[in-house]
Design a binder for this molecule. Structure first.
Ligand code: ZN
Length: 315
């Protein structure tokens, strides 16, 4: 792993409606671990949920802002339109039965670039897919309930971005982030980085007649790329600026440090560090169990707890 490079995907953040429904789906239907229960740092009356593998390794982290009553968004150009999870070979039959039993809608199987997938939507209509990668994915999955190691998700396989024209976004991936075009299938262009073995793929889907998406429930808010530390991160800040793009200063998100910029195709990109990680404020065994607040909101904890929707958690 080259410490100065973009190390694939770090996390993806999406918008949900009801918090309990979101929690139940991602922990039970998809079998992820809740690794952090906190609030939106810009809007502490709203939860921020983080799901991942046991430790919340970058490349496995899916986060949500559940905003009750926000209304339905719709996917379209200028956003990430599918979240792909890597699953073990031979597990898609299990997943199809499991989703049928739980009445998960819109399941569909197919093949892309020689890899089989099962696509589905979450209760807010967010598009996801389980994919069997054509090479072994050695990342251990988080196992829980009926989802054992032979089926558990291993973390991200890929993210798909939908764009009116892919070129400006492709240049960010290749000229700034160090990705290369791997292959093309119809209007889907697969980009990959060799800096990491997994969570290394971004697919760009070109739809010249596509309508812009609307960012509300059931859509992705941004995708974050991974860097080892602040040194690597700040070098990328300079690279982004040198291409004439705007980018934020470094922001402390308590569990990582972040930079944000909007790539020319309209998708909000983030660059996030590995450090300090999710065990910075609670032990590994306790991740996700208690409500964690950034220190500026700790004095208002009682009020914040009263204003958040109640959440029933297992375990
Ligand atoms: Zn983020």
């Amino acid at each position: 792993m080259n410490e100065s490079r973009i190390l694939g995907l770090h996390h993806i953040t999406a918008i949900a409606g009801n918090a309990q429904r979101n929690y139940d789906f991602y922990t039970q239907a998809l079998g992820l671990r809740m690794v952090k229960k906190t609030v939106n740092f810009d809007d502490p009356g709203t939860y921020h949920f983080y799901y991942g593998n046991e430790t919340g390794t970058p490349g496995t982290i899916l986060t949500f802002f559940p905003w009750e009553g926000i209304g339905q968004g719709h996917t379209g150009t200028g956003m990430a339109t599918e979240i792909g999870y890597s699953v073990p070979a031979g597990s898609l039959d299990f997943w199809r039965d499991h989703f049928t039993r739980l009445q998960v809608p819109s399941t569909e199987t197919g093949e892309r670039f020689g890899e089989t997938f099962l696509s589905f939507t979450d209760p807010d209509g967010l598009n996801l897919a389980l994919l069997v990668p054509d090479k072994n994915d050695s990342r251990p999955g988080w196992t829980s309930g009926e989802i054992g190691p032979e089926a558990a998700t291993k973390g991200f396989h890929s993210a798909t971005l939908t764009l009116k024209a892919i070129d400006p976004t492709a240049r960010v991936l290749t000229d700034i982030f160090g990705y290369r075009l791997l292959s093309q299938e119809g209007n889907r262009y697969r980009f990959i980085t060799d800096a990491v073995p997994d969570a290394a793929i971004v697919d760009l889907l070109e739809t010249p007649d596509g309508k812009p998406g609307r960012n509300a429930a059931g859509t992705n808010h941004h995708i974050a790329f991974r860097v080892a530390d602040s040194n690597a991160q700040m070098a990328y800040r300079e690279k982004v600026l040198s291409k004439g793009l705007q980018i934020t200063p470094q922001i402390d998100r308590d569990y990582f440090f972040s930079l944000y910029f909007r790539e020319p195709g309209g998708v909000l990109f983030e660059i996030a560090t590995d450090n300090p990680g999710f065990t910075v404020d609670e032990p590994l065994a306790e991740l996700g169990k208690g409500l964690k607040l950034p220190k500026q909101y700790e004095p208002a904890r009682a009020e914040i707890e009263r204003s958040l929707p109640s959440l029933r958690q297992q375990g």
